[in-house]
Design a protein around this ligand. Structure first.
Ligand code: SF4
Ligand code: SF4
Length: 152
């Protein structure tokens, strides 16, 4: 059973991926022809009505908009490029003793895994600080013979 992923809208993904996205030309008030430099793909971005006045933004990606609560929002989410559609958020990956990936953490502490051992031991540690939680989960993962690789 996979535990559902909760995106925290931190924007780290877009701050990184978005550096490869540039506007080539404005087509209409809400449509932009764009280029993405990783896969070298072109796409036409359509801006959602509520963000029409916010694009291009001053962020790494011209379509990355910040709310008053500092949430990162994609202004062209329905038409975002394949690079963004296929991105897998991961702050940690777990491997078994054979080096096969058994699951990963998306968002803050959401486990995405079909491995029953990993699902059973998972505890998102609500209220626990990150360093303590990481140390505890690392020990639990190691105890079942798995390995955790953490990404900062
Ligand atoms: S196009 Fe949207 S999803 Fe892709 S990097 Fe920019 S803001 Fe993020
Ligand atoms: S997908 Fe991950 S990195 Fe991107 S905004 Fe959501 S939690 Fe942050």
């Amino acid at each position: 059973m996979a535990v559902s992923f909760v995106c925290t809208s931190c924007g780290r993904c877009c701050s990184s991926l978005g550096r490869s996205i540039s506007i080539v030309r404005r087509v209409t008030g809400r449509h932009f022809d764009c280029q993405e430099a990783v896969r070298h793909e072109s796409f036409r971005a359509e801006i959602a009505d509520e963000y029409r006045g916010s694009v291009p933004s001053g962020e790494a990606c011209p379509f990355l908009v910040r709310t008053a609560l500092d949430e990162a929002i994609c202004a062209c989410y329905q038409t975002r490029p394949r690079l963004c559609r296929e991105y897998r958020c991961a702050s940690m990956r777990v491997f078994d003793s054979g080096g096969v990936e058994r699951g990963h953490v998306g968002g803050r502490r959401s486990l995405l895994s079909d491995d029953p051992i990993l699902v059973a031991l998972w505890d998102s540690g609500d209220g626990e600080n990150d360093a303590t939680w990481r140390k505890r989960m690392d020990a639990a993962i190691t105890a079942v013979g798995y390995r955790a690789d953490w990404y900062d």
